[in-house]
Design a protein around this ligand. Structure first.
Ligand SMILES: Cc1cn([C@H]2C[C@H](O)[C@@H](COP(=O)(O)OP(=O)(O)OP(=O)(O)O)O2)c(=O)[nH]c1=O
Length: 198
């Protein structure tokens, strides 16, 4: 066990803060200022691992004694990468693209500590099938939910029933931090968690 170890979440995402607090109540937050890679020719698991790693490394350079957790959540459909939409028109286009189809949500996780030279990583996938979405439903959904800060331009945790027909796999993964796997990484590094799952 790593008594007295500090954990820093390298993230500006309020969802990640809430999820991590369910399994590890005391931690600090320092969002990483990095540019995420969005290359459709890179395999999804490699892309999310890379982005999680650069977020964790940015903070670890500044806080070498702490354990730092970075994560990256991205939506993949066919050969396309759907990250956070730049504006409302892009959010609409993403929902049209996801309509009636199944896509995969990947989250990459990296836990690192510069002082001890430790780096652990993992990734998790979930599948989400959308209902066929009419233009009217897309407008009604976007009127209710702010999606510009969400990968794929939707938010399963806010009025997800309007747009989602089925989900396979971890819900917390889709919202930004897969709890079971995050717990495993933290405990492998000697950072004991409290219960809380999926
Ligand atoms: C698909 C989906 C994504 N999301 C969110 C989770 C992530 O916050 C976000 C994906 O963007 P990320 O780049 O993974 O994270 P972020 O920019 O919000 O925060 P940071 O890089 O500082 O850690 O989309 C939901 O909240 N609900 C959903 O249904």
């Amino acid at each position: 066990m790593n008594d007295g170890a500090r954990l820093i979440l390298a993230s500006a995402s309020p969802r990640r803060h809430e999820l991590l607090a369910q399994i590890y109540p005391v931690f600090e937050v320092m969002p990483a200022e990095v540019e995420e890679q969005e290359d459709p020719t890179t395999a999804p698991r490699v892309m999310v691992a890379h982005n999680a790693a650069i977020k964790a490394a940015w903070v670890a350079e500044r806080q070498p004694d702490a354990f730092v957790l970075g994560a990256d959540t991205t939506v993949f459909i066919g050969n396309r990468v759907l990250n956070k939409p730049a504006n409302a028109a892009e959010a609409r286009a993403m929902l049209r693209e996801l309509s009636g189809r199944t896509h995969t949500v990947f989250t990459g996780l990296v836990l690192t500590c510069a002082a001890s030279g430790l780096t652990l990583s993992d990734y998790v996938t979930s599948e989400v099938t959308f209902k066929p979405l009419s233009e009217a439903l897309i407008e009604a959904y976007l009127a209710k939910v702010h999606t510009l800060d969400k990968a794929g331009g939707y938010s399963i945790q806010e009025h997800g029933e309007m747009i989602v027909a089925a989900r396979r796999g971890s819900l917390s993964n889709i919202i930004g931090l897969p709890l079971d796997e995050t717990k495993q990484l933290l405990e492998s590094a000697g950072l004991p968690c409290v219960s809380g799952s999926n």
